[in-house]
Ligand binder design. Structure first.
Ligand SMILES: CC[C@@H](NC(=O)c1cc2[nH]nc(NC(=O)c3ccc(N4CCN(C)CC4)cc3)c2s1)c1ccccc1
Length: 273
């Protein structure tokens, strides 16, 4: 959008949350009265972490995406000290807070979210984009209860490679932990981790020490607790996604055809409780 936005185009409201390098606020664009989320990032912090290129990529990628389960980026602007991203407002907030509150999700709710995310990833991969950071903290919930992938800070176009990694190891597949080459199959692994965490409330390879998590990931040391009860079909799907050899992970379109998804996911992609 060639429109040049400025801060005075918006009435800024309450803070909605915070993340790396800044905060996000509820805001209203004055001319259209459209409600948006205004993400404000500090240039100083971006510079000292050398992530300006990553932010440019996030903006470039997310601004061209159009999918019901991917948070829209409408535009951006900057001033002396900050960069502002004009984002779609997800009215039901952060998914991980809901997961913390519920402890774990039902099979229907989990399957509905996993199906929506599989469709969003099929769309992304079709555009040669890998998200690479699919985890509860980067998922939001829209007004109708639909799940939305946010924060494309770690996404890349498949032709270029990646550098160092920070944040939780839990979601990293073996090839990223072992720093070997990787491709869009990493998102299938993360979706399997996410499915497990939705159902059990914790990621499968969680451990006290990073070194222990690392060992469990590369070994694919997958165990299913006895509580809460989870159907064999769900375990089968997770086991077909958390496969060390990335080429053998269940392709996303097969995830959508899996019996557990077919029998449990709400076709509308919205969990109505
Ligand atoms: C995912 C992190 C990322 N966040 C975004 O980009 C974000 C983009 C974006 N769009 N809409 C959001 N909505 C909210 O954050 C939100 C939070 C709580 C809400 N409720 C509170 C409880 N109540 C009962 C219902 C309403 C409603 C909406 C967020 S966060 C980020 C990264 C860096 C810096 C700031 C933010």
């Amino acid at each position: 959008n060639e429109k040049r936005w400025v801060l005075s185009d918006f009435e800024v409201g309450k803070p909605l949350g915070r993340g790396k390098f800044g905060h996000v606020y509820l805001a209203r664009e004055k001319r259209s009265s459209q409600i948006v989320a205004l993400k404000v990032l500090f240039k100083s912090q971006l510079k000292q972490s050398q992530v300006e290129h990553q932010l440019r990529r996030e903006v470039e990628i997310q601004s061209h995406l159009r999918h019901p389960n991917i948070l829209r980026l409408y535009g951006y602007f900057y001033d002396q000290s900050r960069v502002y991203l004009i984002l779609e407002y997800a009215a039901k907030g952060e998914l991980y807070k809901e997961l913390t509150r519920c402890k774990h999700f039902s099979e229907r709710r989990s399957a509905t979210y996993i199906a929506s995310l599989a469709r969003a990833l099929i769309y992304l991969h079709g555009k040669h984009v890998i998200h690479r950071d699919i985890k509860p903290e980067n998922l939001l919930v829209g007004a109708q209860g639909e799940i939305k992938i946010a924060d494309f800070g770690w996404s890349v176009h498949t032709f270029n490679r990646r550098r160092t990694m920070c944040g939780t190891l839990d979601y990293l597949p073996p090839e990223m932990v072992e720093k070997t080459e990787h491709d869009y199959h990493v998102d299938i692994w993360s979706l399997g981790i996410l499915c497990y965490e939705f159902l059990y409330g914790v990621p499968p390879f969680e451990a006290k020490e990073h070194s222990e998590t690392y060992r469990r990931i590369v070994k694919v040391d997958l165990k299913f607790p006895l509580e809460p009860f989870v159907s064999p079909a769900a375990k089968d799907l997770i086991s077909q996604m958390l496969v060390k050899n990335s080429a053998q992970r269940l392709p996303l379109h097969k995830v959508l055809e899996h019996p557990w998804i077919v029998q449990n996911a709400d076709p509308s992609g919205v969990y109505r409780g």
